[in-house]
Design a protein around this ligand. Structure first.
Ligand SMILES: Nc1ncnc2c1ncn2[C@@H]1O[C@H](COP(=O)(O)OP(=O)(O)OP(=O)(O)O)[C@@H](O)[C@H]1O
Ligand SMILES: [Mg+2]
Length: 343
């Protein structure tokens, strides 16, 4: 039986999901969420050593498979949807070189680039084409891989987070209405607007779980650990006696909503108006009490928390943890999707 681990190294938590790849499909054999020893992957080497140690310990103690698929945070990717005149694939390669030189603040020889032509049959500008481009500095990729391989792991692939999350939050058999995905991590929130399984818009902002916790800590005068607990317990719930937590969380949530509206306006002018039908949340912050209701009321849109879609079976050892796994789906969707990546 072949085993693979999806590894999502966040600034708050490290997530690892191990799957058995059986003839019948994916079987969950382990999952782990452990605190992350880093504040940002771009920090100094001492913290990177701590990360290598955490990884080694996590994998050795649990006898996790050492073949891993991992991800690079959206915030360090350059990701664009370019609007270009219609042209052939050959002309496009030339044109992209020219276009990207204007967008990417480093020599093109130092970045790895992938592109995809998007289907834009609903565009307001029929004589143009749209190309989604993702670029990442080669040094960053090699640093990531080296870091992980220091812990005696073999990295078979690196991919961006929304691609992996889509694999387990959506069902390819079902046509998805145009959806704005919000990945609410600790260091920020990543926006992706997905139309018929292609990602048409991405953006990262620094309002995330950490900012939310700080807001509670400052407003109420709590230590961060206590603020974190209150945030998770009361969140945006309009309770009379705990209203303070909500009051503290409203400003960062409103700032997030402003960004959602901005993305929506941008999208609506480029494609059919009112085409974004719903918002799907994932990442740790998706579980904040009251958030779904707050966003739905404010934005007058359908808002839901991502849940497991598609088929996954549970190994004998995992059977009694099925409910727990499903409740952690928002946090685990990137790591699960990574493990499901086709070889
Ligand atoms: N029940 C909850 N209610 C509110 N916030 C929560 C809850 N559970 C987790 N969080 C928040 O989610 C964040 C962690 O989520 P996640 O593991 O997705 O982040 P990360 O991947 O480590 O961060 P990043 O990707 O930004 O580096 C923390 O800020 C935490 O406070
Ligand atoms: Mg994350």
């Amino acid at each position: 039986m072949h085993k693979i681990v999806g590894l999502d190294i966040g600034s708050y938590a490290i997530k690892a999901v191990e799957l058995n790849l059986t003839k019948a499909g994916f079987e969950l054999s382990q999952f782990h969420v452990i605190p992350s020893p880093i504040s940002a992957l771009e920090s100094d080497i001492s913290e990177l050593t701590a990360l290598s140690e955490s990884l080694s310990q996590l994998f050795t103690t649990n006898k996790l498979a050492t073949t891993v698929v991992t991800t690079i945070p959206d915030k360090i990717l350059f990701s664009y949807v370019l609007e270009l005149p219609r042209m052939t694939e050959k002309e496009l390669s030339k044109s992209l070189e020219f276009e990207l030189a204007q967008y990417i603040p480093m020599p093109l020889s130092e970045v790895s680039v992938a592109h995809q032509i998007l289907d834009i049959s609903d565009s307001t500008k029929p004589d143009t084409m749209e190309v989604s481009v993702v670029a990442v500095p080669k040094t960053v990729v090699s640093k990531y891989i080296k870091l992980i391989e220091n812990s005696s792991l073999a990295v078979t692939a690196v991919e961006n987070q929304i691609t992996s999350a889509l694999r387990c939050l959506t069902d390819p058999q079902i046509q998805l209405p145009t959806t704005m995905f919000l990945c609410l991590g600790a260091s920020g929130t990543d926006f992706s607007i997905v139309h018929q399984s292609s990602v048409r818009f991405t953006r990262s902002i620094t309002i995330g779980g950490h900012v939310m916790t700080r807001a509670v800590a400052e407003k109420i005068g709590f230590e961060e650990a206590l603020a974190e607990e209150y945030k998770r317990t009361y969140g945006l719930l309009p309770l009379p006696q705990e209203g303070k937590v909500r009051v503290a969380l409203v400003p960062p949530t409103e700032a997030l909503i402003t960004e959602v509206r901005r993305a929506q306006t941008f999208y609506n002018t480029r494609y059919a108006p009112d085409s974004i039908k719903r918002i799907m949340l994932f990442g740790g912050g998706a579980s904040m009490p009251g958030l779904v209701e707050y966003l739905a009321t404010s934005l007058e849109m359908e808002v839901e928390v991502g849940h497991l879609s598609g088929s996954l079976t549970f190994s004998k050892e995992m059977l009694d943890r099925e409910a727990q796994f499903k409740s952690l789906m928002p946090i685990l969707s990137v790591s699960l999707g990574l493990a499901m990546r086709p070889m």
